[in-house]
Design a protein around this ligand. Structure first.
Ligand code: PLP
Ligand code: COI
Length: 339
């Protein structure tokens, strides 16, 4: 059933699916991408032998449209999502969808569903989910020759707790392997993280942190967000690892941190050295900047700034990033585009 705008409670959206009027679809067949278009269909149909169902050829993206105070709609660095999807597709031996066509399709979906972009005052946004699946019928393990690219959108509120700190634990499982698909945004990484998140929830935590899959000695990332920590000396530190997703939020915060007088550092972070951080957080499109209040592992609990309050550096970065995304603060790097 299609969602009606009047049924939405903008201030209590959570992070859930609403079936909006318009999606976008394009198909790759006969060796090329066919022109895509908006569609009112929110289902996909393919063979029981489709590649994606058995051998997992799927890649996706996640980005948001923000309603500004003046009512206009902003996208934040959508070309970087398009570029990342090209890289993810290449890793999965799929036919990349061109970046320009990606950005155009996102704009079309946002525009067509503009009544569903939450009002500025609600603090919500329209989450846009472009994805691509291998659809040709295969039995032997080989790449598909036909693909469907599809984009849907759904209005969302906070994914975690907003700026309220949450309690995390550390996973016993790996989500990606050392030379595996961690840098690609592909469904298999998320499927392999589910059991770890479920366990964390059962144990009373918001989610879990994954360690590097080779040595289990270094911090990798969360199931749906990168990690950062702030040192006493004013460093903004985030993991360097080839098994994590190259986060666009992380990349942007490395720039903003520098402008705020912090020293941005991408490096391996030994798990044993987490006590160097006076603030820590999870960062990503859905997570935005979610403070890590505490991290509990093998019976030991480390509290970062506070279990109830976001730290001052985290808060300042949060306000700057959201200020740019919602069009309230100057955007000297031209990161935003209006739709
Ligand atoms: N890491 C993982 C595993 C994610 O799913 C996401 C979300 O996209 C991120 C990090 C953050 O990436 P971005 O800031 O580009 O949303
Ligand atoms: C995103 O932040 O866009 C993601 O894909 C994370 C996902 C866990 C919701």
């Amino acid at each position: 059933m299609k969602e009606q705008v009047e049924n939405l409670d903008w201030n209590n959206l959570g992070f859930a699916y609403h079936d909006l009027p318009y999606s976008f679809e394009a198909k790759f067949k006969d060796g090329q991408w066919q022109p895509g278009k908006l569609t009112t269909k929110s289902t996909l149909e393919f063979s029981e032998a489709a590649e994606v169902l058995h051998y997992g050829q799927e890649v996706f993206e996640g980005l948001k449209a923000y309603r500004r105070k003046d009512g206009q709609l902003n996208l934040f660095r959508p070309e970087l999502n398009g570029e990342r999807m090209v890289n993810s597709a290449k890793r999965l031996a799929m036919e990349p969808y061109p970046v320009d066509a990606f950005v155009d399709s996102v704009k079309q979906v946002v525009k067509a569903n503009e009544d569903f972009v939450p009002p500025y005052e609600s603090g919500g946004s329209l989450y846009v989910r472009p994805f691509m699946v291998g659809t040709s019928s295969v039995v032997g393990v080989q790449p598909a020759v036909e693909y469907t690219y599809h984009v849907y959108a759904t209005p969302v509120g906070a994914y975690v707790n907003g700026l309220s700190p949450a309690a995390y634990t550390v996973s016993q499982y790996d989500r990606a392997s050392y030379a595996g698909t961690g840098q690609a945004k592909t469904s298999g990484n998320y499927a392999s993280s589910l059991i770890a998140s479920m366990q964390a929830h059962q144990d009373g935590f918001a989610d879990c942190l994954f360690l590097d899959p080779r040595e289990h000695k270094y911090v990798d990332e969360f199931g749906g967000a990168n990690f950062f920590g702030i040192t006493r000396k004013g460093q903004f530190v985030t993991p360097k690892s080839n098994s994590i997703l190259p986060s666009i939020t992380k990349r942007s915060l490395l720039t903003l941190a520098k402008k705020q007088g912090l020293n941005p550092v991408e490096t391996k972070i030994p798990f044993a050295d987490l006590d160097q951080f006076v603030e820590a957080g999870a960062i990503g499109t859905a997570a935005v900047i979610s403070p890590v209040g505490s991290l509990t592992y093998q019976g030991k609990k480390q509290i970062f700034y506070s279990e109830t309050e976001a730290g001052p550096v985290t808060t300042k970065l949060y306000n700057e990033l959201l200020g740019i995304q919602y069009g309230d603060r100057p955007d000297p790097e031209h990161w935003t585009q209006t739709v």
